[in-house]
Design a protein around this ligand. Structure first.
Ligand SMILES: Cc1ncc(COP(=O)(O)O)c(C=O)c1O
Length: 903
């Protein structure tokens, strides 16, 4: 190591944050190459001085010395030697070593990183580097000597064969702490071999964030059942580590390798390990490692489509474009094939046989593909949907809700839920999310409101009518619920409730250890485990004494609201999640999934679900969408963690760049949890937890009622002098080709996703700087008499008023018959059109007009009126100042559709 008297004894915090080590690692090597190249080219004494003065070199080496221990290939010794060479003035030799690493990282890195100049005859030390087969890493946890490690690596190279589809390399660490650090920082690790000789604590100097995250990971899986059943300390520690690693990265393949007593160990190790091996079984291990990755790699439906495209077949069926038929023979439309490629047409078919399958009654490749997706997303069953979450929601509603069932639903939810209610005849009891009036959008629904509404139904003797609770997780603006808490507390009031979580924007959540905890499927799994534990049963009994008096009378609502309610051990876990896979992961547009964790699936849901699926699924589902869902599943199982980690980190770096840049800071404001979540719903109190480290994010996500998805960045733009819509269309899109989805009057939402790159983030920052300069100039010349758009006062967001008496169920509780009002409003003779001003006058005169349809302005994108709802002054005031281009259900020439002659 370079001797630097000024060097601090510990690593800086930033480089050690597990969420950003991927970026830091590549930057550190790139910087070393740049800096050491200059030293190597210069005069020796000048170079010595430059080296002493360049603290970045020392810092990079120090960080890399720790980091490289967690990656295959180079290791600590390699970095230490570079340090020694630099200290001895052997700059060219050091540069050669650094160059090899940089070449290797570029070669295996993302395409944008790989774009650099890769030295073709890079390295004889890594003979496999020119091997184009996909590569993964295998973590071995055991105390070893340098000789042991060299032997193991040599052994794995010896085992490699030309017939193998993949290659792998070992990462060998001595302790449980290091194992956790490795799986957190190195996403290439896909398998882990635990040998009982490992120690507990790391000897590395780790960053505070990494240490704290390791502690949190260990603490999260201290399983009392494990301790009780297995008294043998060595078994316990092995199981404990296996649990921790599996909880962090469920896709990891775990093996136990022991020297002695493996027969007894195999019995005690239960299903945590794929296999238990003896130390000598290298070949068996090698084959198992490759086989498991080939299972992840397997894409039954995508492969069937490829196979189909290659087969010579004659088409005497529908679909003229199949095999390119109607296109390749045409004089006029050949550019379809030129543009999309012939494969698109070769892959088009109506066939459901010959290796293909029917989505409506899958028995072969589609069935298998859906089973693999269930494994990847942690569901009991998964169903592919080719028409978006809009359809997925309708399927689930129809499967579970009958006419007149009450559904508790966020009024601010996607329109497909409202439409589902109209289709099923379920009665929506709308929940109001907390409003963010300063930014003209809603947050999420606090648990207290959901509980209060359930208690109200109980008090009215109507709790048995409540069938389902449906909430949007995450909301469009990135507010994330704690589904485990919501479901637990609701089930404590009504133990047979069904939950539909609209995760249209949260498919990626399953592939990162922190975000996963707030997905519906992970929460359902945890809930099911908890309900079976003795500790849960005890806590439940104790709480019952607080909630009920001896004669069985429930305590007042305040007590139920104050307590963190514990559900009965007999409660049923019935959870559905709908995801627009295409929105956040690899899938063609509309590619979506329904995930199910339902304990009563066979008894109570399977048949109605299939009926509903038949109702809403086309008999000609798009095969290309389906095969993209299949291969997208392969991607998330093999590299989902890497991609999501990068996405979250890049988003954090983007918001930091805006917050730190003097000009950007003057013009834009990144909204944080402090702006988007009222104080009472965030105990940990951090504005941007991930900015402070993964451990801070972990704590906030484990504790706070709501958290903000860090991959979504809402920027407040009042100081630009333009409104959100103009900013989006005229400035970002028309001028710079930057697409954003959502704006409000004074905010713009930037979403990152797994396709976001460092270059695209850099481009966005560059554009924002140019825009900020322009806005400043315009502001300087602005007529002070003209108010800025954001200065025009906005009325508060209108909460749901009520269903009109004709449609309200009982006039006390909020639910109503939206379906009856909708169909009444469909007949022209039953409705009248009324212009806004006239309607306002009628409302002022005391009339309570009833909306005949949905009125949905975009933004904010939720229906301010639903069929059967009383048109309130608040809604009209809100609509009056709304300047959005798109208002569905409202005709600017004729006005609102109002039900005529309402009683
Ligand atoms: C919360 C929510 N649910 C469902 C949908 C519908 O998803 P899709 O576009 O996949 O039909 C959307 C679309 O924006 C949404 O925001």
């Amino acid at each position: 190591m370079v001797s630097d008297p000024k060097a601090e004894p510990v690593l800086e915090r930033d480089p050690g944050m597990p969420s950003s080590t991927w970026r830091m690692r590549s930057d550190a090597w790139e910087y070393l190459r740049f800096a050491v190249k200059r030293l190597a080219l210069g005069d020796r004494s000048e170079a010595d001085e430059a080296l002493a003065a360049d603290s970045e070199i020392h810092r990079s080496l120090r960080s890399l010395e720790t980091l490289e221990m967690y990656w295959a290939g180079f290791g600590q010794r390699y970095v230490t030697t570079i340090g020694e060479m630099l200290a001895a003035g052997e700059y060219q030799s050091a540069l050669d070593r650094i160059g090899r690493v940089v070449n290797r990282l570029r070669a295996v890195g993302t395409s944008e990183e790989a774009a650099g100049d890769v030295d073709p005859d890079s390295d004889e030390e890594f003979p496999g580097d020119n091997d184009s087969r996909p590569r993964f890493e295998v973590l071995v946890v055991d105390e070893t000597t340098a000789v042991d490690r060299d032997t193991m690596r040599a052994e794995s190279l010896r085992m490699r064969s030309a017939a193998d589809a993949f290659v792998y390399e070992y990462v060998i660490v001595p302790s449980a702490d290091d194992a956790v650090a490795a799986v957190l920082t190195n996403p290439n690790i896909l398998a882990c071999v635990i040998r009982p000789g490992f120690s507990e604590r790391t000897k590395q100097t780790l960053s505070r964030d990494l240490r704290e995250t390791i502690e949190l990971a260990h603490a999260a899986t201290t399983n009392p059942q494990t301790t009780a059943r297995n008294q043998l300390a060595s078994v316990q520690r092995v199981l404990g580590l296996a649990d921790t690693l599996a909880a962090l990265r469920p896709e990891l393949d775990l093996y136990l390798m022991a020297g002695a007593h493996i027969e007894e160990l195999a019995g005690a190790m239960t299903k945590r390990f794929r296999r238990v091996f003896r130390r000598e079984d290298h070949l068996e291990l090698h084959l198992s490692l490759l086989r498991r990755v080939s299972h992840l790699y397997d894409t039954p439906f995508f492969s069937a489509i490829q196979d189909h495209a290659r087969r010579p077949v004659g088409v005497f069926h529908a679909l003229p474009v199949a095999r390119g038929g109607s296109v390749m023979s045409s004089k006029w439309i050949r550019d379809l094939a030129d543009f999309y490629g012939l494969n698109l047409l070769l892959a088009e078919t109506s066939a459901t046989s010959g290796g293909l399958d029917s989505l409506l009654a899958p028995v072969r490749t589609l069935k298998k593909a859906q089973e693999l997706a269930a494994r990847a997303y942690g569901a009991k069953h998964t169903f592919f949907v080719t028409n978006g979450t809009s359809t997925a929601n309708k399927v689930v509603h129809q499967a579970l809700v009958a006419p007149n069932d009450v559904v508790l639903v966020d009024r601010n939810c996607h329109k497909s839920h409202h439409h589902s209610m109209m289709l099923t005849g379920g009665r929506p009891a709308y929940l109001d999310a907390y409003p963010l009036n300063d930014f003209a959008f809603y947050g999420a629904v606090p648990i207290e409101r959901v509980k209060q509404l359930l208690l109200d139904y109980r008090a009215a003797g109507r709790l048995d009518e409540v069938r389902m609770v449906t909430l949007t997780n995450t909301t469009f603006d990135g507010i994330v619920y704690d589904p485990y808490r919501v479901m637990s507390e609701c089930l404590a009031i009504k133990p047979d409730l069904v939950f539909l979580w609209d995760e249209a924007w949260f498919a990626f959540g399953a592939f990162h250890p922190v975000t996963r905890c707030r997905t519906a499927m992970a929460s359902a799994k945890l809930l099911e485990q908890q309900l079976q534990s003795a500790a849960h049963e005890r806590a439940y009994r104790e709480q019952q004494e607080i909630l009920f008096s001896e004669d069985g009378t429930p305590a007042p609502d305040e007590v139920w609201l104050r307590e963190r309610l514990i559900p009965s051990p007999d409660a049923r876990v019935r959870v559905y999640a709908t995801q627009s896979t295409h929105k956040t992961l690899t899938a063609l547009r509309q590619g979506s999934m329904i995930h199910v964790w339902d304990q009563d699936w066979v008894r109570d849901a399977q048949d109605p679900f299939h009926e509903a699926y038949m109702t809403h699924t086309s008999t000609s589902p798009n095969y290309q969408i389906l095969s993209s869902l299949d291969i997208g599943r392969r991607q998330v199982e093999l590299e989902g963690f890497e991609l999501v980690q990068k996405q979250l980190d890049l988003a954090t770096s983007l918001s930091q760049a805006i917050a730190r840049h003097t000009l950007l800071r003057r013009t834009f404001r990144v909204l944080t949890a402090h702006d988007l979540i009222p104080e009472q719903y965030r105990e940990t109190g951090r504005a941007m937890p991930l900015r402070d480290g993964l451990s801070s994010m972990w704590e906030a996500w484990a504790t706070d009622e709501f958290v903000v998805d860090p991959s979504r960045i809402t920027i407040e733009i009042s100081r630009t002098g333009v409104d959100g819509d103009t900013f989006k269309h005229e400035h970002l899109m028309d001028r710079y080709g930057i697409q954003v989805n959502k704006t409000s009057r004074n905010t713009v939402l930037f979403m990152t996703n797994i396709g976001t790159s460092r270059s695209s983030v850099a481009y966005l920052i560059e554009v924002l700087v140019k825009l900020a300069e322009r806005f400043e100039e315009e502001q300087a010349q602005r007529d002070p008499e003209q108010p800025l758009p954001a200065e025009i006062p906005m009325p508060p967001l209108p909460d749901f008023s009520s269903f009109a008496p004709d449609y309200a169920t009982d006039g006390q509780l909020p639910d109503g018959d939206l379906r009856a009002a909708f169909f009444r409003g469909q007949r022209r003779g039953n409705i009248e059109y009324v212009l806004g001003d006239d309607l306002r006058a009628r409302v002022d005169a005391g009339e309570r007009p009833i909306s005949a349809g949905f009125v949905t302005p975009y933004p904010p994108g939720f229906p301010v009126l639903v069929p059967g709802q009383v048109v309130s002054p608040e809604v009209l005031a809100f609509m009056q100042v709304l300047d959005t281009r798109e208002i569905h259900g409202y005709d600017p020439l004729r006005g609102y559709r109002i039900i005529k002659n309402a009683s």
